[in-house]
Every structure is written in C-alpha cells, then in structure tokens.
Design a protein around this ligand. Sequence first.
Ligand SMILES: *[C@@H]1O[C@H](CO)[C@@H](O)[C@H](O)[C@H]1NC(C)=O
Length: 193
Amino acid sequence: MAVKLLCFMILFFVLIQENAFAYQYQVGNLQAWNIPTSADPKVYTNWPKKLNFKIGDSLLFLYPPSQDSVIQVTKESYNTCNLKDPILYMNDGNSLFNITSPGVFYFTSGVSGHCEKSQKLQISVYASDGSLPMPPAYGPGGALADSAPSYPTVFGGIPSGPSTSSSSFNIKTSILITAVIGVLICGLVGGKI
Ligand SMILES: *[C@@H]1O[C@H](CO)[C@@H](O)[C@H](O)[C@H]1NC(C)=O
C-alpha cells in the first residue's frame, strides 16, 4: 500500500513537471539561424512540429550578428515577406524570444531576401486550456507576462473531450500517455488496481 502511494506521488510530480518546466529551444537545433541549406530546405517548417511550446519557454536564435537578425512580424508580413515595421527586432546574434502569452508567433530574418528563401518560422503557443487565441499576440510584455503555469490546470486539461485541433493533440497526449502508463505501472507495483 505504501509502495503504491509512493508510486502515485511520483506520477503526480512527473505530471506537474511536464507542464511546469520552462524550456529554452534553440531554433533549428544545430543549424544556426540563417537561410536554409539545400540539405535541409524545410528546416524551419519542420523544426517546430514536434515541440509543445508554452508560456515561460523561450526561443534562442543563434547567428553571426554581422550576417543576420531576427524580426517578429505579423501574419500578413510573414506571408508577404514584408520587413517593414516589425513587432520586435533583434540583432545581437544570441537572441532570446520569451514566450509570455498564447497565440501564433511569426518570425523571419531582418535581412532583405532571406524571408523569400524560407528563413521564416511560425510557432503556435497554446493556452493552458488548450485554446489558441487567434488575434496574434504581439510580442513580450503582454497581459499574461507575469502568469506562471499553475499546477491545477495540468489536471484540468486532461479529460477535456475530443479535440479537433491536431496541434493541441500533442500537448494533451503526452500528458495523457504519461498518466495512463503511470497509473498502470502504479497499479502493477502495488498489486491490483
Ligand atoms: C528574454 O529574457 C532574457 C532573460 O530574462 C532577456 O535577456 C531577453 O532580453 C529577453 N528577450 C526579449 C526579446 O525581451
């Protein structure tokens, strides 16, 4: 009985941590922020696909500052490669974008011509209830800047019914799978469930 209790306590902490830790993601992994090479032309389209960005996480863009820069732009500017009036401009070569609110964020290079060559990145950040606010969130310092992930929402988010969005699927399935496997293991450890 005590073993089983311990097991469920461990499961509890694992579930909390899945949602509570902030991660710093290096954009493109090992590839620096630059025009995609012919070896990996879709690097910035593919890179975010398997990641579950959340509030508190950050994106690290690494590049030689003399050669490139990062701008956060609107959806329209992203689609048309309009570099004028970006929401945020970073050119220090080691640029950290802090995710402070849910929404869709659009980035490209501030260097003329790079956007057209697919140096552009779009990420979706879901709210803790799994929703994705559609009016784009404009950069850091938004209304949710000071909100930390709150623990009860980890559990509140699990059984919220069928989701038609394939992207919010990722967040919830990873937690759900952990929960199911955890409960099964805990059940086995302590005898009958
Ligand atoms: C993100 O946070 C880091 C560390 O707190 C800070 O150095 C950096 O300037 C922030 N980035 C932006 C774009 O505000």
